[in-house]
Design a protein around this ligand. Structure first.
Ligand code: PAF
Length: 280
């Protein structure tokens, strides 16, 4: 059965008010569309945990620091709706720009500290855009639980922080990264890779796994990072934004592995920025 597509906030509120008055719990899966198996694993988790499930699709201009990146971001609404049918999602919420940011919109949600490093340093303003739209989606849907992938680990930390700091009564649930058979982390951006780049892309996860193994065996990050970055460049990547080991709890930088350490990477391959993170 096709899933109802809701475009206005009034219609969304009417729908969720009905559910709430029946005592039903609501789960939300915020997305920017171009859905892949990673998103669908979040929908599955929401379906198992909540009575009602809303998937939101909004390509959020505020989180793009590069206009070309925003323009090229894949938009595949019909296909997305079709992919959601087997999950019996209760609504797909697809607000437009004016619904999310009406004329005169002047509020910015900014999470300090956690956003200074990694993608926050490489993409100025990105996490303010994410925090602002996610706060709005939490308040608009009034969901009980929200589902995010660990693939965007820093984003998961940021939204968990903002929900706690702003007393938004929602539980943020992190779900494991889903990978292609060759190890490439699933991402909507993978659609932008040419056939040639797609063959090179799994090198990122391979290099990260090798680095993680060396770190587990006692190597220091500062000793292994230069060679790992050189392998990426030799394998066809154009540049590396970062390759760092950080504490998975507070994202502080680490040189020696310890429990909860994670490896984070972002690298450019023929105009496409790929990110990934794994436990060390
Ligand atoms: O991860 C994403 O797709 C986006 O950053 C999100 C959480 C939907 C906010 O626009």
């Amino acid at each position: 059965m096709s899933v109802p597509i809701i475009r206005s906030l009034d219609a969304l509120r009417e729908m969720t008010a009905g559910w709430r008055s029946n005592g039903e719990t609501v789960g939300v899966v915020p997305t920017m569309g171009a859905l892949h198996q990673g998103h669908l694993s979040l929908v599955r988790a929401a379906r198992e945990a909540c009575d009602r499930v809303i998937v939101t699709i909004f390509v959020n201009p505020k989180q793009f620091n590069n206009p070309e990146d925003l323009e090229n971001y894949p938009r595949t609404e019909e296909d997305d709706a079709r992919k959601l049918e087997p999950f019996e999602v209760d609504a797909i919420y697809v607000p437009d720009g004016d619904t999310m940011y009406p004329k005169g919109f002047a509020t910015n949600v900014s999470v300090e500290g956690l956003t200074d490093m990694l993608c926050g340093a490489a993409r100025p303003g990105h996490f303010d855009g994410v925090a602002t739209v996610v706060t709005k989606l939490f308040l608009q849907t009034q969901a009980d639980q929200a589902f995010f992938g660990e693939k965007d680990f820093q984003q998961l930390q940021v939204v968990t922080r903002l929900a706690a700091d702003l007393d938004i009564p929602i539980t943020v649930v992190g779900c494991p990264t889903i990978r292609e058979e060759d190890g490439l982390a699933m991402s909507s951006r993978n659609l932008l890779l040419s056939d040639r780049s797609r063959i090179k892309a799994p090198l990122l996860a391979q290099v990260m796994n090798d680095v993680a193994e060396a770190l587990q065996n006692g190597a220091k990050m500062s000793d292994v990072a230069p060679n790992a970055e050189a392998r990426l460049i030799a394998g066809g990547f154009n540049s590396v934004d970062y390759l760092e080991m950080r504490d998975g709890a507070d994202l502080s930088i680490l040189d020696d592995a310890k429990p909860k350490a994670r490896l984070f990477a972002a690298a450019w391959l023929a105009g496409v920025r790929l990110i990934d993170n794994i436990a060390v």
